[in-house]
Design a protein around this ligand. Structure first.
Ligand SMILES: Nc1ncnc2c1ncn2[C@@H]1O[C@H](COP(=O)(O)OP(=O)(O)O)[C@@H](O)[C@H]1O
Ligand SMILES: [Mg+2]
Length: 317
């Protein structure tokens, strides 16, 4: 599949001397939702600002649907809509005027029908004549999306679309982004909320300290790295784990009062049969009984994308 955006050997050092991005390689597939996930200061805004032509790269190249962003800026930029991280808007304009004006900036002929469609999609139609300053925060953000979509871009960038948005509105935003994707727009969003990437993305890129440390299909990422843990509270503390249980690679905790079993989340459903090894909770419980180890309680925890992310990010530098 031909990527709609390709980023090659991209690096950025700001005038201050700070290197915000190192040798980024990234391809975005048409029609996907790509989440760029990373902690604050990782370089997310810098990266999308370069792709959108707002910030110059120090090294490397960005091509948008065949157009080099540096050499062929207007053509490349007209394919892109950007919803910035900061809520800036023309407070004294109406919703209708601001969206219409934004379309004009890209040299597109006026299209009231398109603006109407966008405002309806964003549930802003009944506010079209309202001044932006009279709208709620959630609506202002949707106005920014309407502005970004006014010139019919093929790719929409959303920089931290739900930062500072309460949980309920966050869900609305997620639904909205999915419906935009379903209408054919490729979506690239940045987020420092793991839950957001987990919920929304087809693919996830993890960025940390200016390096893209991983790009992976979300489901594949969860499958590869997801782990579950079963903790057993023992009736009486163990000094060491009996050799008969070696295969489970158990760990003792709580001064011998807890046994911890870690297993791949994707083996859990079939009791470990697929793994072809001695794993699985059912087998473990059976073998514990045989070894006369009794427990009074047990619980499982699932490592989420959060744990994976923390592991990835803390492993580096
Ligand atoms: N104009 C600038 N000049 C110097 N440093 C900058 C500038 N903009 C951002 N930075 C630094 O680059 C790093 C990445 O910033 P940014 O791309 O905004 O990260 P993120 O969006 O992931 O939070 C941060 O350490 C930030 O302080
Ligand atoms: Mg940012």
């Amino acid at each position: 599949m031909q990527p709609i955006i390709s980023v090659n050997n991209l690096s950025k050092t700001y005038a201050s001397g700070y290197q915000a991005l190192r040798n980024i390689q990234l391809e975005i597939h048409p029609g996907e939702i790509f989440a760029l996930l990373g902690p604050n200061g990782a370089g997310k805004t810098t990266l999308i600002s370069i792709i959108c032509g707002i910030v110059n790269a120090s090294e490397g190249r960005v091509v948008v649907d065949g157009h080099d962003i540096a050499r062929d800026f207007r053509a490349a930029r007209s394919l892109i809509g950007l919803v910035p991280q900061e809520l800036t808007s023309d407070a004294f304009e109406t919703v209708w005027a601001t969206a219409t004006f934004s379309r004009g900036l890209f040299g597109k002929p006026a299209s009231p029908a398109h603006i109407e469609k966008v405002l309806k999609e964003l549930s802003l139609w009944d506010k079209k004549d309202s001044m932006i300053r009279t709208l709620s925060g959630g609506m202002k953000r949707r106005v920014l999306i309407a502005k970004a979509l006014a010139h019919e871009p093929r790719v929409l960038f959303l920089d931290e679309p739900t930062a500072g948005v309460d949980v309920e509105l966050r869900r609305d935003m997620w639904d909205l982004v999915r419906s935009l994707r379903d209408s054919g727009v490729t979506i690239i969003l940045t987020t420092h909320y793991i839950e957001e990437a987990e919920e929304m993305a087809d693919r996830i890129g993890v960025i940390n300290k200016g390096e893209l440390i991983l790009v992976e299909d979300k489901v594949e990422l969860m499958r590869k790295l997801g782990k579950k843990q079963l903790t057993l509270q023992l009736q009486s503390a163990l000094e060491k784990i009996p050799p008969a249980l070696d295969a489970y690679k158990l760990a003792l905790a709580g001064e011998g009062s807890e046994l911890i079993y870690t297993y791949d989340a994707h083996d859990a459903d079939d009791g470990g049969q697929a793994a072809g090894s001695r794993s699985g909770i059912a087998a473990l419980l059976r073998d514990l009984t045989e070894a006369h180890i009794r427990f009074k309680d047990l619980h499982t925890t699932q490592s989420s994308l959060e744990d994976i992310f923390v592991t990835l990010v803390s492993d580096r530098r």
